[in-house]
Design a protein around this ligand. Structure first.
Ligand code: SF4
Length: 341
């Protein structure tokens, strides 16, 4: 009878989750160095740095000489942001659930590519929420990867994994890096000849305190499930003010933001100054006439206009256009700070 090949008789292949940062590049380099075939994987989501990050990841893969798969999981990732089982960090960053999500995606790719294990650049103790030992265990278990998850930078501080037990990679080729210092990674980068890498960013947009305040406000006002991908994108832009339970005003801070607001204006009231220089403003919700006047006056506060004489605005609302002249709010109106999100 023909003997079935055991897994270690195949040429092993690994999927390396690449973030564009140094740690994940090093992790992939460590495994590539021992002759294991590595395929890079970049999982795209809404908070991960967009085209610039994608370009960094592509550069990393080229430097490492490995192929790259890129998968856009933006919509699915939002479900994790809305309802994390393991809670949020200091912002609205669901890091543990996010890691589980990324690794489940990596597992699917591992199976599709007939690879045997997954590599990440996680370092024990480097990030307070997602990289302490217990969190690393949870992530390995709940992703379904278990011992098929290798963290080459900290592997010698962690229990054996399948690649070590099968002899695909020896513990001598792995590291025991821990903690927040970046010195060991910098030394390793020199060893690998990796010279050009971005400084650690310290987390995605979801860790940003101002952005987190806006997400919390939106979840509170509308319920997390009603906040769409377009809403999450709009939360990045402009000065934002909650002037009523169901009314928010968003005012561009520069030309680039004005353009972004005009692209994201579907379903909103648009306020545009007609005779003076000033920002584009959007109103979200259903303002009553008094709230609409306040929104316009607030937009007027940021126009190039020195006194409180009325400013003319064009208002675009549900396919209709009207003009209104409204005095701007005074710059020191105390309500402005109270409304700000
Ligand atoms: S910082 Fe952002 S991308 Fe990184 S694990 Fe946390 S939620 Fe996910």
């Amino acid at each position: 009878m023909k003997k079935m090949k055991s897994e270690n008789e195949y040429h092993p292949r690994a999927i390396a989750l690449l973030s564009g940062g140094l740690d994940s590049s090093l992790a992939a380099a460590v495994v590539t160095r021992v002759g294991i075939e590595v395929i890079g994987l970049h999982v795209v989501h809404l908070f991960g740095g967009g085209h610039r990050r994608a370009a960094q990841v592509a550069h990393t893969a080229t430097q490492l000489g490995i192929p790259l798969r890129t998968i856009d999981r933006s919509e699915q990732h939002l479900a994790v942001v809305r309802h994390p089982r393991h809670g949020y960090g200091a912002g609205v960053n669901p890091c543990i659930d996010c890691r589980i999500f990324m690794l489940r995606t990596a597992k699917q790719v591992m199976e599709a590519e007939r690879a045997q294990f997954v590599i990440t650049g996680e370092v024990v103790g480097q990030r307070p929420m997602s990289q302490h030992r217990h969190a690393l265990e949870i992530v390995a278990t709940e992703s379904g990867l278990g011992d098929r998850l290798l963290r080459p930078l900290s592997a010698n501080l962690l229990p054996d994994t399948l690649p070590v037990r099968e002899g695909w990679i020896s513990r001598d080729a792995l590291y025991a890096i821990s903690g927040r210092s970046r010195a060991p990674q910098r030394a390793l980068a020199r060893e690998f000849g990796i010279t050009d890498y971005p400084q650690p960013a310290g987390g995605c947009l979801l860790t940003d305190k101002s952005y987190a305040a806006r997400v919390r406000d939106a979840f509170h006002q509308r319920g997390a499930d009603a906040v769409t991908a377009a809403d999450f994108i709009l939360l990045r832009y402009g000065r934002q003010f909650r002037i009523g339970d169901n009314v928010k005003v968003i005012i561009g801070r520069n030309e680039e933001e004005n353009e972004a607001l005009s692209r994201l204006a579907a379903g909103k009231i648009v306020i545009d100054p007609t005779a003076v220089m000033g920002p584009l403003a959007l109103v979200e919700g259903n303002p009553d006439p008094q709230q609409l006047r306040i929104a316009i006056a607030l937009a007027g506060r940021y126009c190039d206009h020195v006194d409180t004489t009325p400013i003319a605005f064009t208002i675009f609302r549900a396919g209709r256009t009207e003009t209104m002249s409204v005095p701007p709010l005074a710059r020191d109106d105390s309500r402005i700070a109270a409304w700000r999100i």
